[in-house]
Design a protein around this ligand. Structure first.
Ligand SMILES: *Cc1c(COP(=O)(O)O)cnc(C)c1O
Ligand SMILES: *[C@@H]1O[C@H](CO)[C@@H](O)[C@H](O)[C@H]1NC(C)=O
Ligand SMILES: CC(=O)N[C@H]1CO[C@H](CO)[C@@H](O)[C@@H]1O
Length: 973
């Protein structure tokens, strides 16, 4: 239009004899037309432009626009900075603490401590086994109980496990909960009860009636959620008189100066060990503890470390009583804890080792004194305190306007607990100093300072220390808690333990199904940022905007990767995800009026957590056969679907199958289930073979858990932490978990399945690891990783197939991201079993593959994409060399008893060597293992049976080491 000036335009009008007074109208029409024309040209040309543009970009990618880790971390830091770090005195099971820097640096931030797997191979795991035994000893000592396990997921799930233990113990259906437990604990227990058929009743102790002999157990909290310290011995006695078990939720730090529950007859003690040197982490990960009386040890949930001996008779450690666990007992297991919180238990144990009982008692006294001073100040300022006896928590009815108090608190960036009835709660912690007390006093309108109040109180105010609640018994008397109180010594102790364990810093760990991939430094860096670490899970949402954005981002990416519509981050392990996912299915079916649908089909090859989860979700398990190719036996499946079609609730499947094969019928299987009114649960542990290649949401699954600690790079921590968020299709979204303190699903609470974890978003603080992984890899990188993972597995299978039988392959002769070596034949030909191969691999510097799962007597290998060809070859060479050693036995060149697969010459005191020099030499050294890469196991072969028969689950006493409760005693009682 500018080109044609107005004068030219009027000349054109004159030419065509058009009226000049219409000029503006024509001018307008012309302008619009010509603009549209230009626009049209652009649209038509855009594909060309696009091509030019992307062509350009591809070129740039190589040169300038590579996204690097530092930039991603900067972006993440900007997100993290949106979290506001206020001082939180909210309490409710989460407290600030001082993480000892030697522990933070040398344990938490140390790949040698965070990248191992669960200690299933005790010969190369003595370090963390010793540390976990310290944890158990510490818990037993402080609670006054006989045995403890090596951590559970959180306090809420520990309480739910206690309820189930009671139910298993005396088969009664009713369970009492003291209404003064933490609200999240109550919610988790009630949800679990809802699915397992236990009836819970919320009551106060005086309302509890046990005379019907129908109450399995009672759960109470000491000190309770409002901070009150109360005498529960009468309640425990009443419960016991009618055969009811007593379960006590408690706080380890309080027990350092309070009479422990073990001294008033409690059967089960549980709680959270977070304040022993683990940051708040917006809810987790933290290690829960669980301790029982001796007579309940075989019913105890979770993993337990025990003492046994090795081939030399030396006292050593290994996981005890594994026959209780889901990987052996399946749906009859005592719990469904596979991934627990080993790393956090180790941190807490080291906190105990570093401080010792004097240090811990000092910390507890200091907190209690501060609380006494605060209480005095608040009383003087005219506020009403609800309880006279407390440890660190006060419940207050303000003498003035609550709003005024909260406004002043906001000015100083301080959070209190706000009860729905207007009362306030203040919980003090280890980090509180005089200035903090002055701040709180000022907020509550107290004129005086902490110092003046303290002076006025004099010596006579001793709080609980002047009552019968005072702890008189000793604890942590063992040498290990009295030797490492200086930084010099604790650092050396941690290093000494670290050196006993194989981790990813030594070599590949080819554990099938466990996906031991690289946990990169960039991914791990953010977990130490205070913006992520020092935030209480129950702060108002506007203080946690950084976390909220992280969750949204990660949810979006995970939905895109899996083909689901919504993600819940509440489950804090894979097994928890399964339970939550199945509960969502159950809640959905119930809401549809199909409460009778309770049958869950599970192939026999499934991971042990699958049947255990189905049992927890109140389903009836129907096993499905596996055919000779390792796939689901379709005809058996069809028959079972037909048989149970009225009551079919779900199928739980793993894809690619647990046998490492992409089953081609997966889509048909999903259709079949849907056609008969069931839902499909897909175990997402094998996402490392699928990311970027296929999506569970596309081939027919309704819900999956994702093991972020496998595919998405959260390190295994030697047996935890993990995260098992679940993805669901739209129709299941309203049933996802909720939370009693922080509302997650504002409008949809009505149909939620309930609460599965104590914290609203599970172990939030490790989610940045997966976020960084996804962002640094990008879409292309993620797909490439899956391809390389599959390629690596196929390369190894190809190299090893000439020496070993590969058990299952797909229709085209390939495996997925893992494969099974069939070693069963060697039993006959050479008296060699999978376990002998596993131990011999240790001499070559490797951790064994997954043993005897999913097929007994075999080894399952998963290399992941993180290993290069040289490392894959090194492992294959070791396997081939061992095969040669087996051949030597088969062909009589080596003694069937005294050979390198049975005897560890460099550590075992073999007394009856009867063979040739050649045998001797072969026993000494595996060929081609270079001294600089050699990893030396620190003990000889373990005697498992001895350990289970002579159960000792605390640090053995210095003097005579005689089991306090041996098998013989139990048999006679
Ligand atoms: C690891 C795994 C699980 C359980 O996950 P946890 O986090 O250990 O509870 C479930 N299924 C399969 C196939 C797995 O490999
Ligand atoms: C348990 O089930 C009952 C009845 O179905 C329901 O009202 C209640 O909210 C459930 N509780 C939890 C914690 O899920
Ligand atoms: C049935 C039964 O044994 N009831 C006992 C429960 O405990 C009370 C004491 O608290 C006894 O008096 C009852 O006999």
């Amino acid at each position: 239009p500018c080109y044609y000036s107005v004068t030219t335009f009027s000349r054109i009008l004159a030419e065509f004899k058009l009226p000049q007074n219409m000029l503006p109208v024509y001018y307008f029409i012309f302008t619009v037309l010509s603009l549209s024309f230009v626009l049209l040209l652009f649209i038509l040309a855009s594909p060309v432009l696009h091509f030019l543009h992307t062509g350009c970009k591809a070129f740039q990618l190589k040169t300038v626009s590579i996204i690097c880790e530092n930039e991603i971390l900067e972006t993440l830091y900007n997100i993290a900075s949106k979290n506001m770090i206020w001082r939180s005195y909210i309490g409710m099971g989460y407290y600030n603490c001082s993480v000892p820097q030697p522990i933070a640096r040398n344990l938490l931030e140390n790949a040698g401590w965070v990248t191992q797997y669960t200690p299933y191979q005790p010969e190369v795991s003595q370090g963390r086994l010793e540390s976990l035994l310290n944890y158990q000893t510490m818990v037993c000592d402080i609670t006054g109980m006989d045995v403890a396990n090596a951590s559970l997921l959180d306090e809420g799930t520990a309480a739910a496990e206690a309820m189930q233990l009671c139910h298993r113990h005396n088969k009664r259906r009713k369970f009492y909960i003291d209404a003064r437990c933490h609200p999240q604990t109550i919610a988790v227990v009630q949800t679990r009860a809802n699915y397992t058929g236990v009836i819970t009743e919320l009551k106060l102790p005086h309302e509890m009636d046990f005379s019907g002999k129908d109450v399995s157990g009672v759960l109470f909290q000491y000190p309770d959620t409002e901070g009150k310290v109360e005498d529960f011995s009468e309640l425990v006695e009443r419960a016991h008189q009618n055969g009811t078990l007593a379960c006590c939720a408690t706080d380890l730090l309080a027990l350092c100066i309070l009479k422990p529950p073990g001294e008033f007859g409690v059967d089960v003690v549980l709680g959270n060990s977070q304040r022993f040197g683990v940051p708040l982490c917006y809810g987790g990960p933290h290690a829960a503890f669980f301790a029982v009386k001796e007579n309940l040890v075989r019913m105890m949930p979770g993993r337990m470390v025990g003492v046994t001996r090795d081939a030399n008779g030396k006292e050593v450690y290994r996981l005890a009583l594994q026959t209780r666990e889901q990987h052996i007992r399946r749906d009859k297991a005592t719990s469904n804890i596979c991934t627990a919180q080993a790393l956090l238990a180790n941190m807490a144990a080291m906190f105990g080792v570093y401080h010792g009982s004097d240090g811990l008692r000092h910390i507890a006294r200091r907190i209690h004194n501060a609380t006494l001073i605060l209480a005095e100040g608040l009383r003087r300022a005219g506020h009403k305190l609800h309880h006279d006896l407390f440890f660190d928590t006060l419940t207050i009815t303000c003498g003035c306007s609550v709003k005024e108090v909260l406004d002043r608190a906001a000015l100083r960036k301080i959070n209190f607990r706000v009860y729905s009835d207007g009362r306030l709660g203040v919980s003090l912690d280890e980090t509180v100093n005089e200035k903090d007390l002055d701040d709180i006093l000022w907020i509550f309108g107290c004129e005086s300072s902490a110092e003046l109040i303290a002076e006025g109180m004099g010596e006579e105010t001793k709080g609980i220390l002047s009552t019968p609640f005072k702890r008189t018994s000793k604890f942590l008397t063992h040498q290990v808690f009295n030797s490492y109180h200086s930084e010099t010594n604790i650092v050396r102790y941690m290093k000494r333990l670290e050196n006993k364990d194989i981790s990813l810093v030594h070599s590949m760990i080819p554990l099938g199904s466990c996906t031991m991939k690289l946990n990169s430094s960039a991914e791990l860096t953010p977990i130490s940022w205070k913006e992520f670490a020092n935030i209480h899970p129950f702060v108002p949402l506007d203080q946690a905007q950084g976390y909220q954005q992280l969750f949204k981002d990660l949810e979006k990416d995970l939905c895109e990767i899996t083909g689901y519509d919504k993600i819940s981050f509440q489950p804090n392990s894979g097994a928890q995800g399964e339970y939550a996912g199945l509960a969502a299915i159950k809640a959905y079916l119930n809401a549809k009026g199909e409460r009778h649908r309770t049958v869950c089909l599970i192939p026999k090859s499934a991971h042990g957590t699958n049947p255990a989860s189905a049992q927890m979700a109140g389903m009836k398990i129907q096993p499905i056969e596996v055919d000779k190719n390792g796939s689901i036996d379709i005809s058996h499946l069809k028959a079972m679907v037909d048989k149970h079609k009225e009551n079919l609730a779900a199928i739980m499947i793993t894809y690619p199958s647990t046998n490492g094969v992409f089953e081609e019928e997966i889509g048909d299987v999903c259709d079949l289930i849907h056609k008969h009114g069931g839902q499909v649960y897909l175990d997402g542990a094998n996402m490392n073979a699928q990311v970027g290649l296929c999506r569970p949401g596309d081939y027919g699954s309704d819900v999956s858990h994702l093991n972020l600690h496998k595919t998405f790079c959260i390190p295994h921590g030697g047996g935890g932490p993990g995260m098992g968020p679940i993805g669901v299709k739209k129709h299941l979204a309203p049933y996802l978990p909720t939370h009693p303190v922080i509302k997650i699903q504002p409008n949809k609470d009505a149909c939620s399945l309930g609460t599965v974890s104590a914290a609203p978003w599970g172990s939030s603080a490790i989610l940045p690891i997966s976020w960084v992984y996804i962002k640094t890899m990008g879409a292309k990188g993620l797909k490439h990783a899956s391809e390389i993972a599959i390629l690596n597995a196929n390369y190894m299978a190809k190299r090893l197939e000439k020496h070993y039988k590969i058990l299952f392959r797909g229709a085209r002769g390939y495996v997925a991201h893992e494969f099974i070596l069939d070693t069963r034949a060697f039993k006959k030909t050479a008296n060699i079993e999978a376990v002998d191969l596993a131990k011999r691999l240790q001499d070559y510097g490797f951790h064994a593959p997954t043993m005897s799962w999913p097929v007994a007597g075999t080894l399952m290998i998963e290399p992941t994409e993180s290993e290069d060809k040289a490392e894959l070859d090194r492992f294959c060479d070791a396997m081939i060399s061992i095969r040669q050693e087996i051949a030597d036995i088969e062909e009589g060149r080596m003694d069937p008893q005294i050979n390198p697969l049975k005897v560890r010459w460099h550590i075992e005191q073999v007394t009856s060597i009867s063979s040739t020099l050649e045998t001797y030499l072969r026993l000494r050294e595996p060929p081609f293992v270079k001294p600089e890469t050699k990893f030396w196991p620190t003990i000889a072969r373990i005697d498992d049976i001895y350990g289970d028969q002579h159960l000792v689950c605390t640090c053995p006493p210095m003097e005579a080491y005689e089991s306090p409760f041996s098998e013989q005693k139990r048999a006679s009682s």
